[in-house]
Ligand binder design. Structure first.
Ligand code: NAD
Length: 474
């Protein structure tokens, strides 16, 4: 039984739900299902713990964050296995990238808080302004199911390092690694009440948490629809909203063809396509379009789909039966709307042991019109849309013809064109001749329906701190 973590103690609820292994459909664990009562207890614990934690010297908090990072590194095999079982994200990703990155999140923000500086504005009117960052108080940290451990730590590390206390709610579909995170935090020396976890559904635990008067800031990662609901329910609080995406991956005919092809495959099929920064609309210039679609589909068909615990597997199962139905529904819509199915679309043969899982083949549509629902809606699965274009102006128009604006990718050997596209694309992030590569100092986040706020490096101050100005007359 997975229980809540409140004031350093495990707490049960009258209600429970089950978390399933998406590869097999088997029950992995029963989980306490919290509501307004558990949320209230957790927020009160976080409020009580706040003054002492905020008053600790930054170097103390940093040392505890480093220790937590070390414990995660110690437990990479266990944590990555658990994450793979709970989410279907393949072990090659969880073991080599996602869980190690979670450890880095703590090391990174442990150093960031030691560098945290203020500003001063001396004036010739006999006043000196001193601006300092102060912690906000109790923060609600809400994560989705796609890469839950990495996302949870990306929020928790700056939140705690900067002196706040936290109540975390993980997705009901993937609570297991957060439970271990709670235990590891206590082992690392995070005082009871500084980090609390309430498990449960969005409509109950989630809504109670964001609307609790004791919560001062909400760091949310999830869908755009839920982001809207949270802002309406929460009232006046600080928000960081990391929402959905439908990112363009633009390949001009002068691009380094093989590297662009590799990166295009990676950006839509890695993480099972369940990736907010997925390059899900692949815009290809007409001169290379025929060759690109043939090569792309041939490579997509060769991707190994199956047991996510097998290191050779590239694409695992969808998180849930409901999400699988959503993805296959879009594949049907693509066919209906007249896109050309190049490969996939069906159920892969994964063997008897995995029949109860949520499987779909890597799927490629060509000749997609950007107005089709498969090009406009976030599918959040391994479904690639290839869209031809003629010139730079058309590529930019198609790239921006979307409600979203999270990430984008531009492939060209022309520096001028790369910079013109990068300037023109409406997105929080543009990668030129690169897949999504993260530097933890960079601002991460989106524009339009992809959200508000940036996290990363000193940009995280805006989310987890208040700027206080002190004006001194002399
Ligand atoms: P979701 O919005 O359904 O749920 C996200 C979290 O919000 C879950 O913990 C859920 O329980 C909770 N929640 C649901 N309703 C709530 C409510 N009314 N009040 C408070 N909390 C509530 O999203 P999901 O299906 O879990 O995740 C997929 C989505 O997340 C995709 O849209 C994806 O693009 C997005 N995502 C964004 C980023 C990013 O950094 N921009 C990263 C990963 C995933």
């Amino acid at each position: 039984m997975i229980k809540h973590l409140i004031a350093g103690r495990e707490v049960e609820s009258a209600d429970v739900f089950e978390t399933l292994n998406p590869a097999t459909g088997e029950v992995l664990a029963e989980v306490a299902s919290g509501g307004a009562d558990e949320v209230d207890q957790a927020v009160r614990a976080a409020q009580e713990a706040f003054p002492a934690w905020a008053a600790r010297p930054a170097a103390d908090r940093a040392a505890i964050m480093h220790r937590l990072g070390e414990l995660i590194t110690r437990d990479v095999p266990e944590l990555s296995r658990l994450e793979t079982q709970d989410t279907g994200q393949v072990i090659g990703q969880t073991g080599k990238a996602l869980v190690p990155r979670a450890a880095n999140n703590f090391h990174f923000f442990a150093e960031q808080v030691k560098r945290m500086d203020g500003e001063s504005y001396p004036s010739d009117t006999g006043h000196l302004n001193v601006t300092m960052w102060q912690p906000v108080g109790v923060c609600a940290l809400i994560s989705p199911w796609n890469v839950p451990f990495m996302t949870a730590t990306w929020k928790l590390a700056p939140c705690l390092a900067f002196g706040n206390t936290a109540v975390m709610k993980m997705s009901e579909l993937s609570p297991l690694t957060a439970d271990r995170l709670g235990q590891l935090a206590l082992e690392a020396g995070v005082p009871p009440g500084v980090f609390n976890i309430v498990h449960g559904y969005g409509a109950t635990a989630g809504e109670a948490l964001v609307s609790h008067a004791g919560v001062r800031a909400v760091s949310f990662t999830g869908s755009t629809a839920t982001g809207h609901r949270i802002v309406r329910a929460a009232g006046l609080k600080k928000f960081s909203m990391e929402l959905g995406g439908k990112s363009p991956f633009v390949v001009f005919d002068d691009a380094d063809y093989e590297r662009a092809l590799d990166a295009a495959l990676f950006m839509i099929f890695s993480n099972n396509g369940e990736r907010c920064t997925a390059g899900s609309r692949i815009l290809v210039q007409r001169g290379i379009y025929e060759r690109f679609q043939a090569d792309f589909a041939a490579r997509a068909q060769r991707l190994t789909v199956g047991d996510p615990l097998d290191p050779k597997t590239i694409v695992g199962p969808m998180i849930s039966a409901g999400h699988l139905a959503k993805v296959t529904g879009y594949i049907e819509a693509g066919r209906r709307e007249g896109a050309r199915l190049l490969c996939g679309g069906g159920t892969p043969d994964v063997g008897a042991a995995f029949r109860g899982g949520n499987w779909v083949q890597p799927t490629v549509f060509a000749d997609v019109d950007n107005a089709m629902s498969i090009a406009q809606d976030e599918i959040f699965g391994p479904v690639a849309c290839l869209i031809p274009f003629d010139d730079e102006a058309q590529a930019l128009a198609i790239a921006n013809d979307t409600a979203y604006g999270l990430s984008s990718y531009v492939w060209t050997e022309s520096t001028g064109r790369a910079l013109r596209m990068a300037r023109g694309i409406e997105a929080g992030m543009v990668f030129v001749n690169s897949q999504n590569v993260r530097d933890l100092r960079q601002p991460f986040g989106g524009v339009k329906a992809s959200g508000t706020g940036r996290e990363g490096g000193h940009y995280s101050y805006e989310v987890f701190c208040e700027a206080k100005n002190i004006c001194i007359s002399y």
